[in-house]
Design a protein around this ligand. Sequence first.
Ligand code: AVJ
Length: 322
Amino acid sequence: MSMLARTARARPKTSNLDSEFARDVIAGLSARPKWLWAKYFYDDRGSELFEQITALPEYYPTRTELGILDARAAEIARFIPPGTALIEFGSGSTAKARIVLRAAAVAAYVPVDISAGFLNSEATRLARDLPRLRILPVAADFTTPFELPAAIRTRPRVGFFPGSTIGNFEPPQAAEFLRHAARLLGQRAHFIVGVDLVKDERVLEAAYDDAAGVTAAFNLNLLRRINRELGADFDLDRFRHKALYNRAQHRIEMHLESLAAQNVVLGDRVIPFTAGETIHTESSYKYTVESFQALAAQAGWSPAAVWTDPKGYFSLHALRLA
Ligand code: AVJ
């Protein structure tokens, strides 16, 4: 089966009000406080904006993690036996995987991403650069159960989950995800996970509220997506991006704040906002090396190695099943 056929088939249609996207949006906007799933940021435009975020001077995670991967590629490769299938959760851009693919004897690369368009263009670029690598993209929401391609059934498996995307889960859901990943990857698997670390609040808040306004555009794009795909009438000029560090919960929160009392129409519903009311659109949890290892242990994963950068901003964990 061709890559395009596979992704086209797995891509859910979200243009009607019975879709899962519609149901999640209606449920979130009917709740108090209002909230939306961060995974819905990543339509094609959102994925592009996120790529721009990763290049911002304030957004340290991507370049810090790339630095760790570069410096430690040989050590990381020791956890990747010859013939491995490398399964990347929420792959986005393949920049990080490329470092691993260059250093280790990976036979098959399975990028899993919710954004089918972005997934396919990245897979096509990678295939051009690494013609001998078997690339098996899976367009799926990795937060819900999905199947691995049958072609990798007999291969050793290593999971790859960089970017601190695990920080988007509430800690109990992060543990549940790690348990699912253990089941999916199986018995002798390793898991390489990138985790952003607790640090100075000013550094954290700047990373999520950049001077150029790219993060603001990324956050507001969610309302644009709801307008386009669900026919809502959010006025993007009457909401603003807000980012704050919640010290008690070790998390950055992103919100969209209503600048006025207003009603938004979505299908047959009217969603009222008071002035200053917010929609909580993302949590990005920060861990210490120890607090993350404790979380992973709850899901059956033991620490095999951990690497950090000189400033202690970011951590990369190699886990194995105990
Ligand atoms: C892709 C979830 C790791 O939390 O840092 C970046 C997303 N949101 N700027 C993060 C994000 C705002 C990012 N993750």
